[in-house]
Design a protein around this ligand. Structure first.
Ligand code: SAM
Length: 159
C-alpha cells in the first residue's frame, strides 16, 4: 500500500543491515483487513481475536491459562521504518516517533495487553487487539501485574 506523508513528516536513512533477527512464532487473526478499520488501540470489550501459535511452540504455552491478561507483541509488518517525525492529526503538529505509539517506527513492534478468553490447542482466543488480520506474532508474556517471578529472588547489593 502506498504511504502518504503528512505535512512536515521526515524520514532518516536506515542502517544498511539489521542487527538481530526475530522468529515469527504464529499469526494473529482479527476481523480487520484494512488499516482504516483497525482500532488505534485494542479494548477489552472489543471483538474476539485468535492468536494462532505455530505447532512447534505448543509446549511454550504450558501454564498460560492461569493468567487473565497477557502482553502480546507483534510485528506491524506493513509499516514504514524510517519516519522520525510524524504529524498524526494532519494539523501541522509534529511529534517524534518515540513520543508516539504509531505503527511507523524503526522496529515496528506492537504491544497490546489482552484479555485471555480461552485456550484452544495452540490458539489463544483474546480480546484487546488492534492489528490487521494475518499480523505476525513475535511474543506472548503474562501481564506484569499478575505475574510472580518463578525464579528465586536475586541477591541485591546494598549501599
Ligand atoms: N497497540 C499497539 C501499540 O501500542 O504498540 C499498536 C498500536 S498502533 C497505533 C495500531 C494501528 O496500527 C492500527 O490502528 C492500524 O492502523 C495499524 N496496524 C495494524 N496492523 C498493522 C500491520 N500489520 N502493519 C502496519 N500497521 C498496522
Amino acid at each position: 500500500m502506498e504511504f502518504r506523508f503528512r505535512e512536515g513528516e521526515e524520514v532518516t536513512e536506515l542502517p544498511e543491515a539489521t542487527d538481530a533477527g526475530v522468529y515469527f512464532i504464529g499469526r494473529i487473526r482479527t476481523p480487520w483487513t484494512d488499516r482504516k478499520d483497525c482500532p488505534r488501540q485494542g479494548r477489552e470489550d472489543g471483538p474476539e481475536c485468535r492468536i494462532e501459535l505455530d505447532a512447534r511452540w505448543a509446549p511454550a504455552l504450558r501454564g498460560i491459562d492461569v493468567y487473565e491478561r497477557l502482553d502480546v507483541l507483534y510485528w506491524l509488518d506493513k509499516s514504514r521504518r524510517d519516519l522520525v517525525t510524524q504529524n498524526p492529526k494532519s494539523d501541522g503538529k509534529l511529534f517524534g516517533t518515540f513520543a508516539l505509539r504509531s505503527p511507523q517506527r524503526p522496529n515496528p513492534i506492537g504491544l497490546s495487553r489482552v484479555r485471555l478468553e480461552r485456550v484452544e490447542g495452540t490458539t489463544l482466543v483474546v480480546r484487546g487487539l488492534d492489528c490487521l488480520d494475518g499480523t505476525p506474532l513475535i511474543d506472548i508474556k503474562p501481564n506484569r501485574c499478575e505475574f510472580t517471578p518463578k525464579a528465586p529472588p536475586k541477591e541485591t547489593v546494598q549501599g
